[in-house]
Design a protein around this ligand. Sequence first.
Ligand code: PAN
Ligand code: ZN
Length: 192
Amino acid sequence: MSNPFDDPMSVQFDFETGALSPCQKKTVRRVSDLSMMFYDSPAVERAILEGDPAVYEILDEEFISSQTDMVLGVTRIFPGKVGNEYHFTKGHFHAQDNQAEMYFCTRGKGYLLLERESGEFQVQPWFPGAITHIPPGWGHRVVNTGRDTLIFVSCFHLSAGHKYEPVVERGFASVVVEQDGQPAILPNPRRA
Ligand code: PAN
Ligand code: ZN
């Protein structure tokens, strides 16, 4: 039987809303799904009691051809903070440590945090038009420091897999918090 993904295929991406059409899968992550990630645990509990807001959502479209397994993902991080820490994606390493990824910021502003398991760490300011190649072995998290939704497109192999444990255990080397009305990049208190 022929595989429809062996033929070229286009989907539509809306730069304004981040909508992807068609879209096979939508995942919403709320504060409760990220409860181990924000450093201010009492603020996490308050946010959950006050309605457990959505922090971000992911729209995925998989292109599983007979020879490869590309995924196109759109992530929309809603503006906001838990305590004084800005909304972010959980962040992860790829389970297959030879797998890279492309990230393309299309709306909003913030930072891309990148960290190797050896501890090497980078923070990239992120804004529409920034396209980042994430090489194998670099964990990645996006932080939304703006008042608008931050939208980015990712492209990766489904077989890369996601490894969240190192981030759940230690977080990233820095946290991005609001200080005097401005974003500040500070050492992660969980690593102290
Ligand atoms: C992205 C991420 C997406 C959500 O598609 O999975 O932005 O972030 P978390 O997976 O950290 O919750 C990606 O990097 N895929 O590999
Ligand atoms: Zn990834």
